[in-house]
Design a protein around this ligand. Structure first.
Ligand code: EPU
Length: 338
C-alpha cells in the first residue's frame, strides 16, 4: 500500500511526529520483487524501516520509506538437537521470542522484550545479557532494491559485529530483508553470567527458557523505559572500546569503573556509567531528557523535537570526552539534517 504525506509518529519509538513524502508497506516477498523491478514509485532517497526503534528523525523525510510487513513464523527443519525456524521481516521480535519460549526452542530468551521487528534483528545484530542475534542466525533472505532479485546471505556473509552487519555498511539500503532463519536449540545451554541474571532466574525457580525469558523481561522493565509510554530508542550510544593502556589509566583514577574484555583484544567500557559520572542521569535538556534508571537511554518525555534529542546527545558526547577522554559513538541512526 502506498501512502502520501504519512505521519511517522507511530513508526518511530521516540514518537516524533515527522512525515514521509511517500510510505510504502510491503506485505510479501513477491510484492517487494514487483515494486523493485518497476522502481518508478520509489522517489529518492529511500529508507527501509523495521519497528523504528533505532532511528532518530530530525525532520520530515523527503523521499520514500519502505516498511516490510511480511508475516509468518515457520519451522523449517528439525534435527535431534536443533531446529531451524524462520520469521517474516514484519513479525514483532518479542512475539517471535514468545513463540520460541512457548515451543521450547532456546536461543532467543536473553533477547526477550527488545523492541523492533525480525527484519531489523540482523541489520543491527541486536544483543543483550551476553547473547547477540549472530549467535542464533542461520541465514538471511532479502530482495535486491536495485532489480528485485532474491538473495540469501549465510551467517558469515552477514559480517556481524557489535550492533552492526553488512546491511548497515557495504549493503546499506541495497537489500530489503524478507525472512530471517534462526537455528535454535532443543537442549538449551543457558547464558546467565551477565549481571544479576542468574540471581533473578533462581528467584523464579528452575532454570528454564520460560524463567530466563521472564527474568530478562523483569530486568529490562526495571531499567529501560517502555517505548509505548515514553519515547526512546534503547541505548543511544554504543559501549566504547579502548586499548588496554587507556583502560588501566582510567581504572587507576576511577576505581570500580566497569570494564569488560572485548574480542578485539581491547577493553569495553560501560557508556552508561561514563555518562552517569558526568552528571547526566535523569537530567532534562530542552524537551529531551536522560533516563533516570539508565543513562545510556535518551527519552522524549512528551514533545521533544528530533533536533533537541540530537543536541542533548552531542552535549553528552562532549562531556564524556572532556572528563574521560573517551569518544562515544551513536548506536541510534540519525535520519535528516542536523
Ligand atoms: N551503569 C551505570 N549507570 C548507568 C547505566 C549503567 O553505572 O546509568 C553501569 C551498570 O551498573 C553496569 C554497566 O554500567 O555496571 C553496564 O550497564 P547495563 O548492564 O545496564 O548494560 P549496558 O552496557 O548499559 C548493554 C546494551 C543494552 C543491553 C544491556 C544488557 C549496548 C549499547 N547496550 O547496555 O542494549 O540491554 O547491555 O545486556 O550495548 C540497546 O542496544 O538498545 C540496549 C538496551
Amino acid at each position: 500500500m502506498i501512502f502520501r504525506n504519512y505521519s511517522l509518529r507511530k513508526r518511530n519509538t521516540f514518537g516524533l511526529d515527522y512525515h514521509a513524502d511517500t510510505f510504502i508497506t510491503i506485505g510479501s516477498e513477491n510484492e517487494a520483487k514487483k515494486l523493485f523491478q518497476n522502481r518508478i514509485q520509489i522517489s529518492q532517497p529511500h529508507l527501509i524501516i523495521g519497528g523504528g526503534s533505532n532511528l532518530l528523525f530530525t525532520e520530515d523525510f523527503k523521499g520514500t520509506i519502505l516498511s516490510p510487513e511480511i508475516m509468518g513464523i515457520s519451522v523449517e527443519e528439525k534435527k535431534s538437537d536443533t531446529v531451524t525456524v524462520s520469521a517474516g521481516a514484519g513479525v514483532i521480535w518479542d512475539e517471535f521470542a514468545e513463540w520460541c519460549a512457548e515451543n521450547g526452542f532456546a536461543g532467543t530468551e536473553n533477547l526477550s522484550f527488545i523492541p523492533g521487528n525480525c527484519g531489523a534483528v540482523p541489520v543491527q545484530n541486536i544483543g543483550a545479557y551476553g547473547v547477540e542475534a549472530a549467535d542464533i542466525i542461520d541465514r538471511v533472505r532479502a530482495v535486491s532494491v536495485e532489480d528485485g532479485s532474491i538473495m540469501e546471505f549465510t551467517k558469515d556473509e552477514c559480517r556481524f559485529g557489535y550492533r552492526t552487519s553488512i546491511f548497515k555498511n557495504q549493503l546499506r539500503g541495497k537489500y530489503l530483508i524478507s525472512r530471517v532463519y534462526f537455528t535454535l536449540s532443543l537442549r538449551p545451554e543457558f547464558s546467565l553470567s551477565y549481571g544479576s541474571l542468574r540471581q533473578e532466574v533462581e528467584l523464579m525457580g528452575s532454570v528454564s527458557i520460560r524463567n530466563v525469558r521472564n527474568a530478562v523481561i523483569k530486568i529490562r522493565r526495571s531499567k529501560l523505559p517502555d517505548p509505548q509510554e515514553t519515547g526512546n530508542a534503547g541505548s543511544f550510544f554504543k559501549n566504547p572500546v579502548v586499548d588496554r593502556e587507556k583502560a588501566e589509566k582510567l581504572l587507576a583514577e576511577f576505581k570500580g569503573m566497569p570494564v569488560y574484555d572485548d574480542p578485539s583484544g581491547g577493553k569495553k567500557l560501560a557508556a552508561g556509567w561514563l555518562i552517569e559520572k558526568c552528571g547526566w542521569k535523569g537530567k532534562i535538556s530542552g524537551r529531551a531528557a536522560v533516563h533516570d534508571q539508565q543513562s545510556l537511554v535518551i527519552i522524549n518525555p512528551g514533545d521533544a523535537t528530533g533536533k533537541e534529542i540530537y543536541f542533548l546527545s552531542e552535549e553528552i558526547k562532549k562531556s564524556v570526552m572532556e572528563r574521560f577522554g573517551v569518544g562515544l559513538e551513536r548506536e541510534v541512526e540519525i535520519i535528516g539534517s542536523i
